[in-house]
Design a binder for this molecule. Sequence first.
Ligand code: GDD
Ligand code: MG
Length: 351
Amino acid sequence: MLIPLILSGGSGTRLWPVSRRNLPKQFLSLAGHGTLFQQTVARTRELPDVAAPIVVASEDHRFLAAEQLREAGIDGGAVVLEPLARNTAPAIALGALEALKHDPDALLLVLPADHLIGDTHGFVDAVQRALPAARQGWLATFGIRPDRAETGFGYIRRGAALDEGAFRVERFVEKPDLATAEGYLADGGYDWNSGMFLFRADRYLEELGMHAPAMLAAVRAAHAAAHADLDFVRVDKELFAKVPEDSIDYAVMEKTARAAVIPVSCSWSDIGSWSALWLAGERDAEGNLREGDTLAVDTRNSLLRSHDRHLIATVGVNDLIVVSTPDATLVAHRDAAQDVKKVVEQLKSAN
Ligand code: GDD
Ligand code: MG
């Protein structure tokens, strides 16, 4: 059975001041129809023969996740709650263990909850093309053609063709530095890792056992001690705290010999920062992306976002991000959008 596993534990600090600890970006309507989480859930409903999703989220966001699932009309999925964040490799392991309770042959479609995908048909088509490789035991990734030397992504070098539009992964490099990313872009043989994966749940655990055995053992122990509470699966806090922190990309994908890549052509973006939202959004003739009450005079290539009828006016500026909320205003250069997380870090250490 094909089971979507929705990763929803990120905190979205680069989208401060709209994304907050209690209401992170995946649960917000930032672009498109509904929240990013709900759009992710809705996309899975377009897949043939698909089960209800397993959501892995922070305990702090359990009611948000449950409420948004209900609103999306989902019945019967599981919500696994992490008492603390250990990054994606453990989160996916929890989802895999949960899936195997229901189906020993479960195929897991891992989906980040914060992506914007313009074309659902392209997504469905890509998943279908990945199914044969995943059934044969490959860890399937979805490759996006890069158009810039982005350092926040993983890069995949395509190897020999497998079948039906899948290729062996020759090399997987997570978040290279700028010079390396520029080299990959010029080379032309690399795709971005989209962050979505398709594999058998048991195969993922096997690979984790090979490359990060301590992590697998610790996740197994925490999951075995989990308890059901209403519709939630609560993972044991003391045991989960012992799980080493790492992403699937570093812990498994860079190391496995059994990765495949399925090239994807649909429009895709990881709404990781305000500049990513600006890039993905519908900009006006001056290149501005505006939301709420804004007035832009002689302003270009900027993102202006106001909440609660607070007017933002800009004059004679370019490449700015201005976001106001009732209790905070952000003004940043578009090129510095990644550093917005530093504001959150400083606020945290001040508290
Ligand atoms: N449940 C849970 N627990 N979810 C998590 C955790 C966690 O501890 N940490 C992150 N997530 C969720 C995030 O909410 C997001 O939906 C997804 O997992 C991916 O995490 P990110 O932190 O956004 O990863 P990234 O964007 O830096 O990198 C990944 O995605 C890129 C494409 O967007 C990698 O897979 C890259 O290789 C890839 O290019
Ligand atoms: Mg991301």
